[in-house]
Design a protein around this ligand. Sequence first.
Ligand SMILES: [Zn+2]
Length: 497
Amino acid sequence: MKRLLMASALAGAMFANTAIAAEDLPQANDAYFLSAQQTLQQKLMEQDNTNQAKNIILFVGDGMSIPTVTAARIFEGQKRGVDGESNSLIFGQFPNVALSKTYTNDAQIADSAPTASAMVAGVKINNGTIGVSKEVSRGDCEAQKANPIKSIAAQAEERGMSTGWVSTARLTHATPAANYVHTADRNWESDSDLSDAAKAAGCPDIAAQMIAWNEGGDGFEVAMGGGRRMFIDKTMEDPEDSGKMGQRSDGRDLTKEWLKANGEGAAYVWNQEQLDKLDLTKTKKVLGLFDRSHMEYEADRAKDAAGEPSIAEMTGKAIDILSKNENGFFLMVEAGRIDHAHHAGNAARALEDTVALNDAVKEAMSKVNLNDTLIIVTADHSHTMSISGYAERGNPILGTSQGKADDDKPYTTLGYMNGPGALKDEVRSDLSNVDTTDIDFLQQALVPMSSETHAGDDVAIFAAGPWSHLFHGVVEQNFIYHVMAHASKIQDRMAAK
Ligand SMILES: [Zn+2]
């Protein structure tokens, strides 16, 4: 309230004072100075939005560390032929930002399972587990059955809201699964993946839980991503990749079961053409499984056999369906493969997928109103990529720095602390004649590991819309849920049944 009064009643005087002071300085006409003055005035005009959030969209860049965001911002600008360093991603323009502490109940450095639950259910739990309390250790099926936690998606369903999740990873992967699953092990994606003990004790696999999910409501309205093989039996051939089979051992085709259970208005699609042909005015629910495993990296998407939608297209279609509900919706959108590219030590693909996520945020912004929709863009955990050296302004972000290292060889601006980029390098290889901007180039790394690891540094939370101003300072990752619940007043909403 204080801020609001200052901004309105005293605005004139404050601006006048700033302007006089600025004019006196020798740097007053410098373009950087003027631009920062403009930013100051914009910020002084900003007012907290305390509306009820009818809708919530949670974007998660899996492994989208702060260096990933910075490098992607430069990369995106350079791709468009504009200045990269001063460029802004769309979510970089959001008014509110906080830092998120990503450690978990049992780990200094997180995997994507407990972090997703932290964001959608408000507590820190153990690495490898999803949708269960911290009393559950990884792999303990008996404990899983006794200790579920409830996601904001389940609560939204209880209140008659629509729910959905979109991911470029498998829909049974940790981040999207946190919306609907209760599992002691993130790897139990199909029944073939269950441990013998879990099978004997009757813990259902993740894909089966997704199809059966009706916690509090009528199940999800939208689920789009990859992971088709988790939903069909190993005797069933994949529709896209001839000769490749499903992964289940129980003879089930969960896509058919889901269609049957949801009746008229429900659609199952597995390629771009089918998605494009959907009449969204008549579609009440959609299950889209566009790849046997994870969807393609954005850089490779055009080469996909049957054609795959972009994360932006999936986000747009999801909002079209979800926004038909006057009670509002909860949607999670995960750019799941930023993480995979980092694990491969492949910065170019990580940046391309981050730009694709930025396009998805843009698409969402074009379809919703920030007066009634809270949009959050964050990451579940960091990665070891750093931006280092003394590159000149305008140097390609995937290129080599000016000058040489002490071994008299060039070095790239982007590098990893560990990963496959180190394997060949007992003596650091000479990059003088290597195109480091190539999409397949693996950045050099210090510690040899076949898969580059996650990192433990804080990630950013960017937010716009109702109550997004609650995101400031350094907060625990599980605080994200509490802001979403508060902004949407979900506890005060009438139960649907
Ligand atoms: Zn990972």
